[in-house]
Design a binder for this molecule. Structure first.
Ligand SMILES: [Zn+2]
Length: 132
């Protein structure tokens, strides 16, 4: 995730860590787990390589877990999908958050085929049935 709120001073690392712990606890309560959380702490003018749509975060994931070709990159913004596609991920747009607006603006053909789901839960349900 892009977390420019860190650079902008909207919240601090302890606050973000607390959000991640809460997210992990909810997932564990549902029988799932997080292998990792990758985020860009920089602002848009910091010139980093990890702020989506640049694929630096995906490169960090590849360095830790290996090739991500064909792995779903789920997001609600064009920049999410672009970051994933840059490293061979399969783009999945969810219509929650900014997703509806992203779809209405039109998706560039450079993304290739994009799977669209009403929500992250909808994608997860389908993915668990058929991960291919
Ligand atoms: Zn960054």
């Amino acid at each position: 995730t892009n977390q420019s709120g860190l650079a902008r001073g909207y919240f601090d690392q302890a606050g973000l860590d607390a959000i991640h712990r809460t997210m992990a606890a909810h997932l564990e309560g549902a029988g799932a787990w997080l292998s990792g959380v990758f985020f860009c702490p920089h602002g848009p003018d910091d010139g980093c390589v990890c702020r989506k749509p640049l694929p630096g975060l995906i490169d960090q994931i590849v360095a830790e877990y290996g090739d991500v070709t064909g792995v779903p990159m789920v997001g609600d913004s064009l920049r999410d999908l672009e970051a994933g596609v840059a490293r061979g991920c399969r783009p999945v747009l969810v219509l929650t958050g900014k997703g509806r607006r992203t779809l209405d603006k039109g998706l560039p053909e450079t993304l290739g085929p994009v799977d669209v789901y009403d929500s992250l839960a909808g994608f997860v349900d389908q993915f668990l049935k058929d991960p291919s």
